[in-house]
Design a protein around this ligand. Structure first.
Ligand code: GLA
Length: 766
């Protein structure tokens, strides 16, 4: 799953399959949660019902096979289970036409056999008589994140009613975790709820006069059944517990028809959840779904000038210097600078500083930004020395949004959005292309020019122009490659051409290189071996040192060989500490809350990278969806990444930036925590049940603190300030609201919603 991420649907339609809850007394399903057997080999004989699997090992299906002692490498695995399918299933069923095998998620590809016959492959049913072919594993996109539900007609002779059946799953993993892993596997007959589709469009609300409006659609997909039932909608403020809205709708939806439901409730500026519950007649599982309502905490931006972060920036002697002063406020604005080192000039209209400095030194430059409403003055520290990336890089990367369908236009659109939507005024500066700009490895086209120079594919007609255009906006330009012959997406990479590629990148004006291990793993004996991991990264480091510009060096090898211990030695400015992130609470939280062992290695010039942000419209391909993190989970995501001094790389469509996401990404007091020049990564200082308290020391002597609620319900928590080393009275400020909360003595009490955070700055008083 490291390699690619499956395309998600544009509209999140909530299928009954994974949302049904509650059960009735009648036997309505056959559980397949345990008794599976496994082998990590491949042989089509394994599908045969009479195959003797006595020597196979037991395996769990609620976690991938690599978590059970098998390899994460590319390869096959087979699962088998023997199961009796009782005919009472069909007798008790509401709809008596088909039988469904719910097999959960499978990483990456699968073929499913019932009693030796292929019944499904990669999320699709197959025709009876289909023969398995090896092509099932040679696809562009992995299905690792998709539910497998295969159905057969009840009359299908392949089903042996009231007898033992053998179900076999052939899995092919193309790298990273592999196997059957989501746990809830069962066989059932469909009921009427199968035909009901709730189209909720998470994240989409309209607000009018402090009332929030939500519309949902209930669609009956059946061609002959009418859906009767009720829908209960409840909207609750999670902090006060107050119900803001509750209503029962009765449903009578004719075949192929739909019903729209719209409702309003008051805006609270606090954590709020909408719960939907559809109930049918007795005996049918109900559908439950909940969504968070976006609530903006960041105060509206002032029209007066405000100089934001970062306020320290480094470049090496004689290398092209480019820095756009991050300043918010009404345009036009006039900039001036006092104390700029020789060789740099400031464009007074745009606030872009450029040039070349030939003298090492630390220069405290007094920057003034002025508009018709006022002015702001701050010190920008320019350090011309040996280090770059003095604060964690902030920018955008194409992967989490466009995946391999990235284009030159899409990258430039992101750069333009940084300026037009004001993100550049809050320090967002790197615009990075991820995988997918090179020539595809299996294409017949030449991958390189006759002189060996790497070629771009036709989606990137002019890389040099793209670099120039991005620089003209005062922004930085990033690119991606791999030390192996191919990238993770199967495109041409730098193996054997490291020095030449570094020169080409420099010629294009590249300021940032993400160097992703990918296919190089196949050339290693042991991909965890530090001795084998260092040379390819060292080689590219040497190549980058030789070019005529500074290139931030981002190591991407998923944390293998404890990269934090040696990443700086091979010139890394940032290094991924984990596998890929995606927009689920479990994934984001399991990455974010497990960064402790790498913490001591972060600091100016070299950062731990827990992967890119998953807020806004994401998709890893053409079809985007709104992040599946709730608003509270998103506050946690950004707060935690800021406390961790993590590189902040937005991975969403900036053309489609909703107000909530924009505000989440432009809160300067929160961003200041990430960009703090001391560069100390927060560590958890208290773990108390579901509560975790993270503490980060700041350059000004203050403390940033995040109190996170990892639990599933709102919690009131009282923090003993002594326990985190605060002995005297202190002033506490809420960073998301940008509000002082008061002076506190021994304790601080806060109410935190499910998966939410209270993020504060603590000022010690004398
Ligand atoms: C790996 C990386 C991702 C992304 C893809 C591109 O999975 O970890 O961040 O760069 O490759 O193929």
């Amino acid at each position: 799953m490291i390699y690619r991420i499956q395309i998600f649907a544009f509209i999140v339609t909530l299928s009954i399959i994974f949302l049904c809850l509650g059960q009735t007394g009648e036997k309505s399903l056959v559980e397949l949660k345990s008794d599976w057997k496994f082998i990590n080999k491949d042989n089509l004989e394994f599908a045969r019902p009479d195959y003797n699997d006595a020597n196979w090992k037991s395996i769990r299906v609620d976690k991938t096979w690599d978590k059970q002692g098998y390899s994460r490498n590319e390869g096959f695995g087979w699962y088998r289970i023997k199961v009796v399918i009782p005919s009472s299933l069909k007798e008790n069923a509401f709809l008596k036409d088909s039988l469904i095998f719910h097999l959960g998620k499978i990483d990456d590809f699968d073929q499913v056999f019932l009693n030796g016959f292929l019944i499904g492959e990669n999320c699709k049913n197959v025709h009876s008589g289909s023969k398995p072919s090896n092509a099932f594993k040679n696809l562009e996109n992995s299905y690792w994140n998709e539910e497998r539900n295969y159905s057969l007609s009840v009359n299908d002779p392949r089903i042996k009613w009231d007898q033992e059946n053998v179900l076999a799953i052939r899995v092919y993993n193309w790298g990273g975790p592999g196997g059957v892993y989501s746990g809830d596997l069962y066989i059932s007959m469909p009921d009427i709820s199968k035909y009901l589709e709730l189209e909720i469009k998470p994240g989409i609300f309209t607000t009018h006069k402090q009332m929030i409006n939500k519309k949902i659609l209930l669609k009956n997909k059946a061609s002959k059944y009418t859906i009767d039932g009720t829908l209960e909608v409840t909207v609750k403020n999670n902090i006060t517990g107050n119900k803001l809205f509750t209503k029962n709708y009765s449903l009578h939806i004719k075949p192929k028809k739909q019903m729209e439901i719209a409702f309003d409730f008051p805006e609270t500026k606090q954590s709020t959840t909408i719960k939907y519950e559809v109930n049918f007649d007795k005996g049918i599982r109900s559908i439950k779904y909940k969504e968070g309502v976006p609530y903006i905490l960041t105060p509206p931006k002032k029209p007066q000038p405000q100089i934001n972060y970062p306020r320290v920036y480094g470049e090496r002697v004689g290398k092209p210097f480019l820095f756009r002063i991050p300043a918010s406020g009404k345009r036009p604005m006039k900039f001036s600078a006092q104390g700029l080192p020789t060789g740099l000039t400031l464009d007074t209209e745009t606030g872009i500083i450029s040039g070349k400095v030939m003298q090492k030194g630390t220069y405290d430059v007094k920057i003034t930004a002025q508009n018709e409403l006022g002015k702001d003055q701050k010190t920008l520290r320019i350090v011309i020395g040996d280090q770059i990336a003095l604060t964690p890089p902030m920018g955008w990367n194409s992967w989490n949004v466009w995946g391999l369908s990235v284009t030159q236009d899409r990258v430039y659109a992101a750069a333009k959005a940084f300026v037009e939507k004001g993100l550049a005024d809050h320090g967002w500066s790197y615009v990075n292309i991820d995988d997918g700009w090179e020539i595809y490895g299996e294409s017949k086209e030449p991958k390189r020019k006759p002189n060996g120079e790497i070629r771009t594919n036709k989606k990137f007609p002019d890389m040099k122009k793209l670099g120039d255009d991005i620089h003209a906006l005062g922004l930085k330009f990033g690119i991606y490659s791999s030390p192996g012959p191919l990238t993770c997406g199967g495109y041409t990479a730098s193996y054997g051409h490291e020095f030449q590629d570094a020169q080409t990148f420099a010629k294009w004006g590249v300021d940032f290189l993400k160097y992703d291990l990918c296919s190089y793993r196949k050339m290693m004996k042991d991909m965890h071996s530090v001795d084998e991991l260092i040379p390819p990264y060292q080689k590219m480091n040497k190549a980058l040192q030789k070019v005529n510009r500074d290139i931030v060096y981002s190591l991407c090898e998923y944390g293998l060989g404890k990269v934090w211990e040696w990443g700086a030695k091979v010139g890394g400015n940032l290094w991924r500490t984990t596998g890929d992130i995606w927009d689920s609470w479990d994934r984001m939280a399991s990455i974010g809350f497990n960064q402790e062992q790498a913490a001591p290695y972060a600091g100016p010039g070299h950062w731990n990278d827990p992967d890119m942000l998953v807020v806004g419209w994401v998709g890893w391909g053409e079809n985007l969806h709104y992040t599946k993190l709730t608003p509270d989970e998103q506050y946690t995501h950004i707060s935690l990444w800021a406390l961790l001094s993590a590189p902040l790389l937005i991975g969403c469509d900036l053309q489609r930036l909703d107000d909530f996401t924009l505000n989440l990404l432009t809160n300067d007091e929160v961003l200041a925590i990430d960009q703090d020049p001391l560069g100390k990564q927060a560590i958890p200082v208290i773990k108390d049940g579901d509560i975790q308290v993270y503490k980060k020391e700041l350059a000004d002597g203050c403390i940033a603190m995040g109190i996170f609620n990892l639990g599933k319900s709102t919690t009131k928590y009282t923090l003993n300030l002594r326990k985190i080393g605060i002995e005297q009275k202190c002033k506490i400020r809420d960073l998301w609201r940008q509000q002082d909360l008061g002076i506190f003595g021994a304790t601080f009490t806060t109410i935190i919603p499910e998966h939410g955070v209270t993020l504060v700055k603590i000022f010690k008083t004398k």
